[in-house]
Structures are given as C-alpha cells and as structure tokens.
Design a protein around this ligand. Structure first.
Ligand code: SF4
Length: 316
C-alpha cells in the first residue's frame, strides 16, 4: 500500500469518526481566535475556554486589548500556563495589529509569524481556521500519529508537515488536522494498551517489536533508541569477532566477499557473520592443532633419527 493509499484509507476512517470536527477554542472572529490559540500553548483548550470570556469582554478588539495594561491581562489569564509571558505577548500583538494592520488580523504566514508569541503552528491554525486557507498545523499528537501510521519518518515537525501535505489532498488539510487531534485525544491513552484494537494502528502501523503497546511519546523514543543501541552493539561485536578470526587466517578474499555481502544485506550478513566467525575460529583452532601435532611429530622423528645416527657412530 502506498503512503497516499494509506492516507486515503485513514482519511475515510477519520471522516466517519469526525465528519465535521468543531474548532475546539471558543472565539467569535479572527482576532479572538488568534488570542485563544496564543494562550493555548502548554495549556488545555478547556482551560483557555474558561479564561477567554472575561478577557474578550474587556478586550474584544485589537484596539481595546491594546488599551489594557499587561497587569490587567495577566490577572484575567493567570490560570493558563506561562501567563506572564503570554500577557505581554497579547498586549504587544494587539498593539501591532493596530499599528501595522489597521486593527485586522493579517492573512499571511510571514505577517502572522512576525507577531510576538505567534509561531509557525499558531500562524497556520489561524490561517486555516479563521480564513480557511489550506494549512496543516502539526502539534505533538499529529507528529506522533503521523509517525505511528507510517505517513512520516517522525524526524521533526517540519518534516511531518511536509509529508502530511504530500499524502493528503489539499482540500482535506484543515479538517484532517482537527480530526487527527481529536483521534489522538480520544483514542491514544497515555498508558500501555493494545494497538491491535485501535481502528487505525491495527492495520496502518508498520510492524515494530513487542514494546509496541507502550504508547507515550517518550516511550516511543526510548524504545527506538534502545533497539538501535542494542542492534549497533551486536553488529559491532559480531564484526569484531569476524575481523579477529579473519586476521588470524589472513584471507583477504573472504573479507572482501563478506564486506560486499554486508552492504547488500546487513541482517543476513550479521547472522552469517556470527556463524562464520564461529566456524572460522574452529577451523583456525583445528589448523593450529594439526600444525602443532605435525611439528611435534617431525621434531620427534628428527630426534630419533639423530639418536640412531649417534648410536651407529659409536658402534662403528
Ligand atoms: S494504537 Fe494507540 S497510539 Fe496508535 S493510534 Fe491507536 S490508540 Fe493511538
């Protein structure tokens, strides 16, 4: 199944589960959405929705918000995470909207990202949800699930955004973003669970080792790191055994052949290498034993012959 085919099937499941995913942050226009998204960093949407009614009643527009003091804004949003920094950013952003954009929220990524407290993800959320301009904001849920479902390497959020934009049709980006967030929140528990019962991972997740059932992001990273470390260590150990044995035999041809095979098939080579190392070691041991035996035999033959000669000399 190609990534695009997989994405299409995942898309069908998400559409069935969340036909019209609502925007989780309460707002009335692009400005209130922008402020709500700014407040949502490291805070639950629920908490943001609890503080914004009071904030927006005192600062419903950029001009009104800019007129509030930082201290007043801080008082109104003090329950959200990073409130002091957010209070300053909210005031300065409101001022800049008045100064630079005639009190309107701009509709380009560059202009949005130039506002304090507005990063790439926040800017994309505003573009998508306030103006319906196709964008695919990637948060931690989306980043993790895209990797789980084999739609992206999971290297970083920038790569994930690019990969998801490539496999999902542009006219689905806005709802896919929300659908994956809802799916992650509702279906992906923080504790161990069985991926085989998951409606999507059960068929879409590339096979991993037995630790698959550990689902937290940190565990994913740890598992993958440990597996890689163990593999590297084993490969290195086998390579060393093979190298030592070969050195004792001094067979360059065999070494070259082994290197070529390793580059073609690392796993097969790893197993073969271990077996060969053991065989080579045995052969080397046998050869040495046989050589020692011969040397001993020759020495004793020579000694006997010398003794016979001496005896013969004495007799004559
Ligand atoms: S298997 Fe677990 S982590 Fe994967 S999508 Fe399903 S619930 Fe989420």
């Amino acid at each position: 199944m190609t990534p695009a085919e997989k994405a299409a099937r995942i898309g069908e499941q998400l559409d069935a589960l969340y036909p019209k995913p609502p925007i989780p942050l309460d707002h009335t226009d692009p400005f209130t959405l922008l402020i709500a998204v700014m407040l949502s960093a490291q805070t639950t949407d629920k908490k943001v929705n609890q503080v914004t009614p009071a904030l927006f009643s005192e600062g419903p527009t950029p001009a009104a918000m800019a007129a509030l003091s930082v201290e007043r804004i801080l008082t109104l949003i003090k329950e959200v995470g990073l409130a002091p920094t957010k209070a300053k950013n909210v005031k300065r952003t409101a001022e800049l909207l008045v100064e630079r954009h005639a009190g309107e929220v701009p509709q380009t990524l560059d202009e949005l990202e130039a506002l304090p407290g507005v990063g790439h993800k926040t800017a994309q959320v505003v573009m998508a949800q306030a103006f319906e301009i196709p964008a695919f904001p990637v948060d931690t849920h989306i980043h993790r699930l895209a990797e789980r479902w084999g739609l992206s390497s999971g290297k970083n959020v920038e790569t994930t955004e690019k990969d998801l934009k490539a496999v999902f049709p542009e006219d689905t980006w806005i709802r896919r973003h929300l659908q994956i967030i809802y799916f992650g929140r509702e279906h992906c528990p923080a504790q161990r669970h069985d991926p085989q019962v998951c409606p999507i991972c059960s068929w879409a997740a590339p096979p991993k080792d037995d630790s698959e059932s550990e689902t937290t992001a940190s565990k994913d990273v740890k598992t993958s790191k440990n597996a890689k470390d163990a593999k590297d260590a084993k490969t290195s150990k086998n390579a060393k055994a093979s190298k030592d044995t070969k050195a004792s035999k001094g067979t360059k041809t065999s070494k070259d052949a082994s290197a070529t095979k390793a580059s073609k098939d690392p796993k097969a080579s790893k197993d073969a290498s271990a077996t060969k190392a053991s065989k080579d070691a045995k052969a080397s041991k046998d050869a040495k034993a046989s050589k020692d035996a011969k040397a001993s035999k020759d020495a004793s033959t020579t000694k006997a012959s010398k003794a016979a000669k001496a005896e013969k000399g004495r007799a004559s």
